[in-house]
Design a protein around this ligand. Structure first.
Ligand SMILES: Cc1ncc(COP(=O)(O)O)c(C=O)c1O
Length: 390
């Protein structure tokens, strides 16, 4: 987002703030659609940033929901049930029963364990309805089903209870290697072939998490067009006919976000300059960040002309020496009231923080429409009630 617009927002709405640019969000989804084969449909993993969910409703065929809380958000926003993928490693019986009873329109449920399989079978039996499911294949961690268990579930399936539509697979985020994607899709194809040969099972849907990367630090280099071209070639060479859905969080949400925080104090201690900002590490978490050792994509506002600069350690408002956002950032004439804008912060950055530390408020959330209109979609939230004994 342009510096003038960010300065206007900081002046009119204050800081700390998360700002999500709806024009950029739409451009990003359009980019993904135009750089992936037509057979691929997108699914937004709302854990990346729930505030984008309603804004994406018109252009996103599916939403991956991993908890009762995420479901309540989608319900409140009026996301149609058909678009919902009810996912997650911990599905409580009461929540699943509620959905099965009240939401016959749910698109699909994922199965992460034998326990979940039995729960969904029991709910299907109780409701007299067949439930649509995807079996999640593990990538070698606590998530999903082991291959033999997945095969057994298919061999033993009672189609009156569960309509097993296909497979879900997510092995991790920030996957920048086309070779890794190819290895994963090759394995999935082999499994799908085996299931057909051994059990006559036709995998109608493959829901796959390609973990498209986002880049946060200066010096990271990645040719996304080349990545997408290599990835598309792999997809075009698949022989399986399953519908393909890509579950994406970061790849959709990261680029639209900016976090604004203002300098509230400054000092020089033992020869080092420190700027204290009104935000901090509880609001801003980068993937791969370690103690501000790397320089995020960011700018100081108002922008400075090139010239003499002093180095500043930008520190947040928490009582921990770890609360450093950036080390030795060069700024000329730093003033209390200057604003730092951290870019690419639309996914995870704002929800993975240690929000309750020091009982500080969660920042307000602002959406900026394509015509520049700013909408406040969350007030700053006090956290002290959560830390007060009742
Ligand atoms: C099952 C599942 N799908 C999709 C995603 C989104 O991943 P990413 O943000 O890397 O696209 C996640 C993230 O944790 C996930 O757990």
């Amino acid at each position: 987002m342009r510096a003038e617009k960010l300065m206007e927002i900081a002046r009119d709405w204050g800081t700390p703030s998360y700002i999500f640019d709806m024009g950029e969000l739409k451009r990003r989804v359009a980019y993904l659609k135009s750089h992936l084969p037509e057979r691929v449909q997108l699914c937004y993993a709302i854990k990346a940033n729930a505030f984008l969910t309603g804004e994406l409703n018109n252009i996103m065929p599916r939403f991956e929901i991993c908890s009762p809380g995420e479901y309540r958000i989608c319900e409140t926003l009026g996301i149609p049930g058909e678009k919902m993928v009810i996912s997650g490693v911990y599905k409580t019986p009461s929540f699943i029963r509620e959905l099965v009873e009240r939401r016959p329109d749910i698109g699909v449920y994922t199965v992460e364990s034998e326990e979940q399989l039995h729960l969904l079978q029991a709910c299907a039996r109780e409701s007299g309805r067949t439930l649509p499911v995807l079996l999640r294949l593990t990538s070698g961690n606590q998530f999903g089903l082991d291959k033999p268990v997945l095969k057994q579930a298919i061999a033993d399936n009672d189609p009156a209870l569960l309509d097993i539509r296909g497979i879900q697979f997510f092995s991790g985020t920030q996957k920048a290697s086309v070779k890794k994607l190819k290895r994963e899709l090759d394995k999935l194809e082999t499994l799908i072939d085996e299931l057909e040969q051994d059990y006559g099972f036709v995998c109608r849907e493959l829901e796959y998490g390609p973990g498209l990367p986002a880049f946060y630090f200066e010096g990271d280099s990645f040719d996304e067009d080349a990545h997408m071209a290599g990835f598309s070639e792999i997809i075009n060479n698949l022989h399986i006919k399953s519908e393909l859905t890509f579950e994406l969080g970061r790849g959709i949400a990261a680029s639209c976000g900016t976090y604004l925080t203002s300098v509230v104090d400054k000092k020089t201690n033992k020869g080092l300059n420190y700027a204290i900002v009104d935000g901090g590490m509880h609001h801003l978490v980068y993937f791969g960040q370690s103690m501000a050792m790397r320089l995020p994509h960011m700018q100081v506002l108002p922008p400075r002309a090139a010239g003499e600069a002093e180095d500043w350690n930008l520190c947040g408002a928490l009582c921990t020496a770890n609360d450093i956002l950036v080390k030795q950032y060069p700024v000329s004439g730093l003033q209390v009231g200057d604003v730092f804008a951290f870019e690419n912060t639309g996914a995870y950055c704002m929800i993975e923080g240690i929000s309750l530390f020091l009982s500080r408020d969660l920042p307000q959330v602002l959406l900026v429409d394509e015509d520049g209109t700013v909408r406040k979609v969350r007030e700053a939230v006090p956290t002290y009630p959560l830390n007060t004994p009742q």
